[in-house]
Design a protein around this ligand. Structure first.
Ligand SMILES: NC(=O)c1ccc[n+]([C@@H]2O[C@H](COP(=O)([O-])OP(=O)(O)OC[C@H]3O[C@@H](n4cnc5c(N)ncnc54)[C@H](O)[C@@H]3O)[C@@H](O)[C@H]2O)c1
Length: 337
């Protein structure tokens, strides 16, 4: 990537200062190549809470409107961490005003908006990355390098599931802000990693969902087809016992790859065609800034390539939108790539 900044620290700002944004702030604050120059939230309470919880940000200008923040603070990059349906407008505004964007998941709630952001990125030459941190985990990089890249031959079946006691509280239960329920929230991580690590590109989906008294989906049962030919299933169980867990399996021509668990407990097992389990020694990424924020900063400096490019956001938006269309029409839906 060409450098957008050189000879100084990258000036980073924030749109949204809620729970997730504060983790990004700590990460950027620790980065010797970056400085936080402004933060913005429409909620005065959220700004006050951030000041209390992150005293290291004392003196950094606060704004209630990201347009004013971009005009006054002139950041190089903005990290957007606000309710889902608001992502597109904030990201488009930043790119149109010369500011690179790291946007939280899901990047957008429609594939049309995702394509529009990609076009803006390409027209401006700015950086646009998405907040899917699993791309920086050794296990998932291994799966990407071996399943998506074809070590085990073509994939012909995928099974993926996620369970979590997901309440849909606050804006998450309001479809006008969340753009959907658990499928569009934690489920977005499962969709992204299945599509990216498996190199799977679904062409058609058929899905059932249950809201369990909420205005948004809490449970999803999704079937899909992908070229190969292959088929798969993805289950999101948002009404569950406490805690969060996941599993994913890829059946390939020359083996099976199975991933169990989540975050620090995640592990991978590979099986040969005769069913024997092969030990997989996964190297954690050592030659890398490791975090999504570190990658964003180094992309702006021209020192790295995006590890979660906007195309990953488009893939999830296209798949998710097809699921909602299938549920609404009670019929199979083609994925709008
Ligand atoms: N990658 C992850 O693992 C992960 C984890 C949690 C949340 N997230 C994502 O982060 C985003 C925020 O989630 P959260 O849990 O922090 O929610 P949150 O409710 O804690 O914070 C959202 C903040 O956005 C503010 N906001 C709303 N509209 C705004 C606007 N127009 N301009 C500025 N601020 C505005 C709200 O006042 C609130 O403070 C979502 O996209 C969510 O999916 C990602």
């Amino acid at each position: 990537m060409p450098a957008l900044v050189s000879g100084r620290k990258v000036r980073v700002s924030f749109v949204g200062t809620g729970g997730n944004a504060r983790a990004h702030m700590r990460d950027v604050h620790r980065d010797p190549l970056a400085e936080i120059v402004a933060i913005c939230d429409t909620s005065a309470q959220a700004l006050a809470d951030t000041a209390t919880r992150l005293p290291e940000l004392a003196g950094i200008p606060q704004f209630s409107d990201y347009r004013a923040m971009i005009a006054d603070a002139r950041p190089d990059g903005v990290i957007i961490s606000i309710p889902h349906t608001l992502h597109y407008e904030a990201a488009a505004y930043a790119l149109e005003h010369g500011v690179s964007v790291e946007v939280e998941k899901p990047m957008t709630c429609t594939p049309a908006d995702a394509r529009s952001l990609i076009a803006l990125r390409d027209r401006t030459g700015l950086v646009l990355t998405v907040g899917y941190q699993r791309h920086f985990q050794g296990v998932w990089r291994w799966v990407h390098e071996h399943v998506a890249s074809g070590t085990y031959g073509p994939v012909h079946f995928v099974e993926a599931w996620q369970c979590q006691a997901w309440g849909g509280g606050g804006w998450r239960g309001v479809p006008e802000l969340s753009g959907g329920g658990q499928l569009n929230d934690s489920g977005s991580h499962l969709c992204d990693i299945m599509l990216w690590a498996g190199g799977v590109r679904p062409s058609e989906v058929f899905a059932f969902q249950e809201n369990r008294g909420l205005r948004v989906d809490r449970i999803s049962a999704i079937s899909f087809r992908f070229p190969g030919p292959g088929v798969g299933t993805l289950a999101i169980i948002g009404e569950s016992v406490r805690g969060m867990d996941e599993g994913m399996q890829f059946w390939c021509r020359d083996g099976r790859v199975r991933v169990d668990g989540i975050d620090s407990s995640v592990r991978v097992t590979a099986y040969t065609p005769d069913g024997a389990a092969q030990p997989v020694a996964v190297q954690e990424v050592s030659d890398y800034p490791v975090s999504k924020d570190g990658n964003f900063v180094r992309c702006i400096l021209g020192e790295d390539a995006p590890q979660v490019p906007a195309e990953c956001g488009l893939a999830v938006a296209a798949f998710t939108e097809a699921v909602y269309r299938s549920v609404a029409t009670h019929a199979p839906a083609e994925v709008d790539w």
